[in-house]
Design a protein around this ligand. Structure first.
Ligand code: HEM
Length: 241
């Protein structure tokens, strides 16, 4: 028979709270440095946990796009907004990490070797879902396929705005995710610039300059459609007496 769970057993806290192992502790660094390294580790671990949640939620959204049931569309809106909130949280975490004392970071950075966020497979997967300005990810084409399935044109949704109801809400929520993702990247550049200036990253890239080149907004097609709508509206209003 299963025993009644406790807070600690349900959350597996015994395991979770032993997963932070600052290397500086092994070398007898002072406690302030060890705590700072723990802060750095926890920031990355929580980031990976939220990425896990975001990826799962966005996979569910893609599933709903395939069927395009009324309930599924509403659920996608909720899930997309949740992913947007989590991306906001990720950015906030980076702002908190700006409180990492530079001298402590300079002390323990050597333990990273060539380890870098650039190796985060979950962040690669997220990029594969959302895409960037150069390549579309899997989410947007899934939405397009779903719309084809129910015989709706994306341009019409953009044109109709709130009149398009739940499909308009999906578009708005998707844009929120795109913006959250972009803001996360920008926040990361801010942190990197503050922490290492123009130094190279541990993965060997040029650091902030490399990241700036990679920070682009996903859902280009959607932005283009919105831009075109302005053009059309301008033409319409210029024809008015
Ligand atoms: C002091 C804190 C941090 C510094 C100095 C830093 C620095 C860097 C640098 C320089 C890069 C470029 C690749 C390289 O050459 O290493 C990078 C990439 C990356 N970092 Fe950070 N990072 C920090 C915190 C974080 C945190 C908390 C996360 C959250 C998981 C994160 C996630 C990433 C990701 C996902 C990439 C790849 C980005 C891309 O390819 O566009 N970083 N980081």
């Amino acid at each position: 028979m299963r025993t009644e769970p406790t807070y600690a057993s349900y959350l597996r806290l015994d395991e979770l709270l032993t997963l932070q192992e600052p290397r500086s502790a092994e070398e007898g660094a002072d406690l302030t440095t060890v705590r700072s390294e723990q802060f750095f580790i926890v920031s990355h671990q929580t980031c990976e946990l939220w990425l896990k949640q975001i990826l799962g939620d966005l996979a569910a959204v893609e599933g709903h796009f395939l069927t395009m049931s009324a309930g599924g569309i509403e659920r996608s809106v909720d899930l997309l907004y949740r992913a947007g909130e989590l991306l906001r949280l990720l950015r906030e975490q980076l702002v908190a990490l700006e409180r990492l004392p530079l001298e402590d970071f300079a002390h323990f950075r050597r333990y990273l070797g060539t380890a870098s966020g650039a190796q985060s497979s979950q962040s690669h997967r997220l990029e594969g879902v959302l895409g960037d300005a150069r390549r579309p990810g899997s989410l947007f084409p899934a939405f397009r396929t779903g719309l084809d399935h129910i015989g709706v044109d994306l341009e019409e949704i953009v044109e109709a705005g709130v009149e398009a109801g739940s499909l308009h809400r999906v578009v708005e929520a998707m844009l929120q995710v795109g913006s959250g993702y972009f803001q996360w990247k920008i926040g990361h550049i801010g942190l990197v610039t503050k922490m290492i200036g123009e130094q190279r990253g541990t993965a060997g890239t040029s650091g902030a300059a490399y990241l700036m080149d990679r920070a682009t907004m996903p859902f280009t097609e959607l932005h283009e459609l919105r831009g075109k709508m302005h053009e059309r509206r301008q033409k319409q209003t210029s024809r008015l007496p």
